[in-house]
Design a protein around this ligand. Structure first.
Ligand SMILES: *Cc1c(COP(=O)(O)O)cnc(C)c1O
Length: 356
């Protein structure tokens, strides 16, 4: 910290992203990236756009918004493209929260929500998940606070039905309910069809996971035109060119490659079922996941020890040093070869443990 830093900065506990190691080649199952490259059309579109990097990009993302409107069945005014969906969440906290307007969210959920609360001076109202890590929608009904839910949730992978979210929307009519659908393409049900019905619903999606564009940084805020207008006020007050030229081109090409996306999501779901079964056969408890990762715990092995032993064997997974989930690992679903490498390493580790 410098001698110039503000009190607010001193109080911040920033988000810690998953490791992106450079020391050796790992089987990388720690940040929920796609194991598949971007669609071929994306590579072509980005290459074609690179020669125009001397020119500013379209701050309104006009063509990208039109393409996304067709994809989501919305009007362009319901859509704001963002520099990764994290930016949409930050814009929303900035636009709708503040010291007198708390944000409610679960104790076990995306680790960025408490950070956004802190940086926007928003009181965090933390609601514990049930013992089995499911979320009780009744906890959020009639709260009269802004709410953010990841659906499917991270790091559990468990999903709510849109009907449950509808109850939350109806019983908090004067507050914004943000539904973070980062993982919805892997088997969850989207709340996008509810946008026409509820002016307090803001859905956030990302192209980082299902569309293999984590490095391009592209997400979308989707909602009522007035809500999107508020987010635009934040965007044009901070960074009007938030989605760069190559990412806008990549996004349009990814939308046009919908068959490729669907096929990759199908393969992830297949590998997820395969991996869950194999982990259960080794004695793991595995939560029912609708996402591109599994959350698993072994009754005879501590989470941190497993994480370290896997890392020693070149397999990187995510371990969270947090209450309630210290004995759990979040394992990204990759290719079949990556999952076989994980399972083989896990088998060796558990056998060594047993014979020790
Ligand atoms: C990955 C993730 C995001 C952020 O995605 P980006 O679009 O890459 O910023 C948002 N929410 C959740 C729950 C995530 O897991």
């Amino acid at each position: 910290m410098s001698r110039f830093s503000s009190e607010r900065l001193a109080a911040l506990d920033p988000y810690v992203p998953g490791e992106q190691p450079r020391d050796m080649k790992y089987v990388k199952l720690n940040t929920n990236e796609s194991p598949f490259p971007p669609a071929p059309a994306v590579l072509q579109a980005v290459a074609a756009e690179a020669g125009k990097l001397n020119l500013y990009c379209d701050p309104d993302c006009t063509r990208l918004r039109a393409a996304a409107a067709a994809l989501y069945g919305l009007a362009p005014e319901n859509i704001l493209p963002v520099n990764g969906s994290d930016e949409a969440l930050y814009f929303a906290f900035t636009a709708f929260c503040g010291s007198a307007r708390p944000m409610a969210f679960a104790d076990i959920t995306y680790g960025f929500y408490p950070v956004f609360a802190a940086v926007t001076c928003t009181p965090a109202h933390i609601l514990p998940l049930r013992e089995d890590f499911s979320l009780d929608p009744a906890d959020y009904c009639g709260l009269h606070e802004n709410i953010v839910l990841a659906n499917p949730n991270a790091p559990t992978g468990m999903a709510l039905a849109p009907a449950d979210i509808e109850k939350i929307l109806l019983s908090n009519p004067d507050n914004v309910v943000i539904v973070d659908e980062a993982y919805v393409d892997f088997g969850g049900e989207s709340c996008v069809p509810l946008i026409g019905k509820y002016d307090n619903l803001l859905v956030v999606q990302t192209f980082s996971k299902s569309r293999s564009l984590a490095g391009a940084r592209l997400g979308f805020a989707l909602g009522n035109a007035a809500l999107i207008g508020d987010l635009n006020t934040v965007k044009f007050s901070t960074n009007p060119y938030n989605v760069n030229r190559m990412t806008q081109a990549a996004g349009m090409a990814a939308i046009a490659s919908q068959d490729y996306t669907l096929e990759n999501c199908r393969r992830v779901a297949e590998n997820r079922a395969y991996t869950a079964r194999a982990l259960e056969d080794m004695g793991f408890r595995v939560l029912p996941s609708k996402a591109n990762f599994l959350f698993a715990a072994h009754p005879a092995a501590a989470g941190q020890a497993l994480y370290r032993a896997l890392k020693d064997r070149g397999v990187l997974v995510r371990w969270f040093d947090k209450p309630r989930i210290r004995d759990w690992l979040r394992i990204t679903i990759g290719s079949r070869e990556q999952m076989d490498a994980l399972l083989a390493a896990m088998k060796t580790i558990l056998n060594d443990e047993r014979s020790a």
